[in-house]
Design a protein around this ligand. Sequence first.
Ligand code: HEM
Length: 223
Amino acid sequence: MIKRKIKFEFSAGLRWTHWLRALSVFVLTVTGFYLAYVFVAPATSDEPVLFLNAKFRLWHEIAGFLLVSVTLFKTYLFLVDSVSIKERIAFMDFVNPKIWFQQIRYYLFLGEHPKLRGVYNPIQFIAYVGLYVMMFVICITGLVLYVHNFHDGLGGLLYDYMRSLEVLMGGLAMVREIHHISMWGILIFVPLHIYMTIFNSIMGREGSIDSIISGYKFEKPEH
Ligand code: HEM
C-alpha cells in the first residue's frame, strides 16, 4: 500500500464559497425556470392570497444576492488571500505550453499527470475563468432585472447605474436574453465540472473530491 502525505488544499473560505455557490445556482435555476415558464399555478381563487410568482421571484432574488455576495467574496480571496496564492500560482501553469500538452495527454490516458505549481491544471484554470465571466454577467444582468422590481433601498441605490448598463446591453429584452444565455453556459459547465472532478478523483487517487469538503488532499510521495 502506498503511504500518502496529507496536504492542506482549500481554505474554509474557498470551501464555503464553493458550496454556497452550488446551492444558490441550484435554487436560481429552479426558480429561474419558473419565472421564464410558469410550470405550476395554484388553483384559482378570488382572494388576493396566492402570489406564487412573487414567491418564486422572492426566492430567486434571495439566492441571487447570495450568489452576488459569494462571487464578490471569492474574487476578493482569489486576488488577495494568502492561502489562495496556490490559485494565483496556477496562472503560471496556465501559460506553460508543456503543462497543457502533458495535461491533454493525461486526459487521453496517454501519460502521467503533470507536476503542477498551483492547485488547478490549465484546463481547469481556463474553465474557472470562463465560469467567473458567466457569474459576473449573470449577476449584473440579474441586478438590472432586479432594479425594475424594487425601486427603494438597494434597488433605488443601484437604479441609475443599472439603467445605464441596460442601455449599453441593448435594452431590457437583451438583458433578459443575456441572463438566459449565461444560465445555459453555467448549466453546461456544471455536468462537465462534476465529470472532471470524478475523473480526477478516480484517476489521481488523491481524494480531490474530499478536499472541497475537508480541505485536505492525500498526495502520493515523490519517487
Ligand atoms: C445561476 C444564476 C442564475 C440563473 C440560472 C438565473 C435564471 C433566471 C431565469 C431563467 C430568469 C427568467 C427570465 C425571463 O424569462 O423572464 C431569471 C429572471 C430574473 N433573475 Fe435570474 N438567474 C440567476 C442569477 C440571478 C441573480 C444573481 C440575480 C440578482 C441578484 C437575478 C435576478 C433575477 C431577476 C430580478 C429576474 C426577473 C424576475 C421577474 O420576472 O420579475 N438572477 N433568472
